[in-house]
Design a protein. Structure first.
Length: 295
């Protein structure tokens, strides 16, 4: 008998989505914006209503501006503006709402939410559970193995291991290498200059991974890739850049804090705490009822 799936939620994606899509006129009696946490709470209700999940973990970014990757490369995510206090406050509220709904929440002051999800995915997969990663971030698709699913919940797009390649051009286990070659402008990660998505996918189709590219680099110039000779030269000149980027794009799967208590079984909803939070944020009865009905 197969075990129930473990759902792992990339909270930041859905908090940011609500922050940008819902007016900040949504506020409490003190005039503090509540739009991001309102949208996030609605997302949690939708997820629980659709899945009836019994095993669910929600990963938060403790810090929006630092991680162990900044120790490796100080410019990592340096292109992003600091999060305003109004958003930081809502991240804390969002976690409190999730906890009050009985959901296991995870955060770490050195590792990102992606790494927490990677660690939990590895832990529960080893114990026989299929894993469903709730996110629209392609970086997290690298975690998908044969029994797993990557679910862009907002677009209702579910991808298994094979369909990841159809969407992104490479298999899940190649995504970190792919991003190391192309770079990732969103996270300010450098790549190999002149290598774009098509060239990177073609290289990984032939060589499987970065290690094989370096071992057989002289083959590159003979491939049927546009500009193959110049790509061979660029790879040789920028090997250190690609290897640095690979350290940044690879998701960690052994975060100590997540392994200390990896439990994701849903606990009882704390109605009193949820009501206090909703009173503080001035949320109406409809969302309150939906949350209570998910118990």
């Amino acid at each position: 008998m197969s075990l129930q799936p473990v759902y792992l939620v990339d909270a930041s994606i859905y908090i940011f989505r609500a922050w940008f899509s819902i007016s900040d006129d949504f506020s409490n009696a003190a005039g503090e914006p509540t739009n991001a946490v309102y949208g996030f709470t609605g997302f949690l209700c939708n997820l629980l209503e659709q899945t009836q999940a019994e095993h669910i973990g929600v990963a938060f970014d403790e810090s929006l501006s630092k991680s162990y990757r900044n120790e490796i490369y100080p410019a990592y995510k340096a292109n992003r503006d600091p999060a305003p206090e109004e958003l930081k406050r809502q991240f804390k509220w969002a976690r409190s709402v999730a906890e009050s709904m009985g959901l296991s929440c995870f955060a770490d002051d050195r590792y990102e939410a992606d790494d927490l999800i990677g660690t939990l995915a590895s832990h529960w997969r080893e114990r026989g559970h299929p894993v469903c990663i709730i996110s629209s971030d392609k970086d997290l698709a690298q975690l998908v193995e044969k029994s797993d699913t990557w679910w862009d919940f907002t677009r209702n797009q579910k991808l298994n291991h094979a369909k990841i390649k159809d969407k992104f051009g490479v298999y899940p286990e190649q995504i970190a290498d792919y991003l190391a070659l192309t770079g990732d402008a969103v996270d300010n990660i450098p790549g190999v200059p002149g290598i774009g998505p098509k060239s990177a996918a073609a290289l990984l189709s032939h060589f499987d991974n970065l290690g094989e590219i370096w071992e057989r680099i002289d083959e590159v110039q003979h491939l049927s890739i546009r500009g193959a000779k110049s790509i061979r030269k660029k790879l040789g000149e920028h090997r250190e850049v690609a290897e640095l980027a690979r350290r940044l794009t690879c998701i960690e799967t052994r975060v100590p804090s997540a392994l200390e208590n990896p439990e994701v079984t849903r606990s009882e909803l704390d109605e009193a705490r949820l009501n206090r939070l909703f009173d503080e944020m001035a949320f109406g009865g409809m969302l309150r009822r939906r949350c209570l009905q998910t118990a």
